[in-house]
Ligand binder design. Structure first.
Ligand code: ADP
Length: 288
């Protein structure tokens, strides 16, 4: 089947600085690297690496055609990525010599995506397909509702965490994926733990500790393979991509989680986000 991912496409501008700037200060960067980023794009790339037929629903500006093409190079279908008269979503990332960072995000085209584009994409989805979204684009809630109405199974990664947005999505989610910090934030916002949200399957990722799955049969803790982590950027996105990719191939949840844990463990042993995501063959063969 197909996984429809309504998600952000960002350009990450990473400036290397001797130290983070103070208010009012001008600092010369030592270097600049630019790459494809955004949770949505990272998840689509991971889905493609996991072997899924993934259609990305989103938007870039004219300055981001290369970012769309990068996504396509991963094997993601980008026919539903609109080109808008708006700047491509981006992150300005300062990294100092101590690896401390400071990040500013601008939603740009991700937030300017017209509803008609989302509706048009979903009209091409078939019952039994999967729908995935996060919190970095416009229309997440409306799209999840429409996807459900079309008979798609809805997966939702509750990041970046925004209490009101996450609460509003709960009635439309069949699968909720969140990290431990987000689970605590959601508990603080709703007074309810992950098992009491009315969502059929909830997965809480626990970093090096693996994950917790709360489903119809209760709670199950799955450990992560032990690895030497060098860069945890995009670990959650790789986990989500491989989890959905596995489910889409018909794996039972326990096996799809095991695949996601192996893929995310490999991901953290390599620097980078989407570029560090392993292939399905690597994840399947990985036995830490
Ligand atoms: P996020 O990246 O969203 O903050 P986590 O830190 O929980 O979320 O990481 C997501 C997943 O990545 C974890 O459930 C785990 O599978 C994997 N992971 C993260 N850090 C490690 C690590 N040090 N060793 C092995 N796996 C890891």
């Amino acid at each position: 089947m197909t996984v429809w991912n309504l998600g952000s496409i960002n350009i990450d501008h990473v400036y290397a600085l001797p130290r983070l700037p103070q208010a009012g200060e001008t600092l010369a960067a030592r270097g600049l690297t630019q790459g494809l980023g955004g949770k949505g794009a990272n998840m689509s790339a991971a889905l493609a690496r996991a072997g899924a037929d993934v259609r990305h629903v989103g938007a870039v500006g004219a300055d981001g055609l290369w970012a769309r093409d990068r996504l396509a190079a991963f094997g993601v279908d980008v026919a539903e990525v609109a080109v808008l008269d708006a700047p491509t979503g981006h992150a300005i990332i300062f990294v100092d010599d101590a690896a401390e960072n400071l990040i500013v995000i601008h939603g740009g085209a991700n937030r300017a995506l017209p509803w008609a584009k989302v509706e048009g994409a979903l009209a091409r989805a078939r019952p039994g397909d999967r729908f995935l979204t996060q919190n970095e684009t416009a229309w997440t809630q409306e799209a999840a509702r429409a996807a459900r109405e079309r008979g798609l199974s809805v997966a939702y990664a509750a990041a970046p965490f925004e209490a009101a947005a996450v609460r509003a999505m709960l009635p439309f989610a069949d699968l909720l994926i969140l990290n431990a910090v987000e689970a605590d934030q959601l508990r603080a916002a709703t007074g309810r733990g992950p098992g009491a949200l009315g969502v059929a399957d909830v997965v809480v990722t626990l970093g090096a500790e693996g994950c917790l799955w709360i489903g119809a049969d209760g709670e199950r803790r799955l450990p992560a393979p032990r690895v030497q982590a060098v860069d945890t950027t995009g670990a959650g996105d790789a986990f989500t991509g491989f989890l959905l990719g596995g489910l889409d191939r018909g794996l039972p949840m326990g096996d799809a989680l095991s695949l996601a844990l192996r893929a995310a463990a490999l991901q953290v042993t390599r620097p980078g986000a989407a570029d560090a995501t392993p292939s399905l063959a690597e994840a399947e063969a990985f036995d830490a």
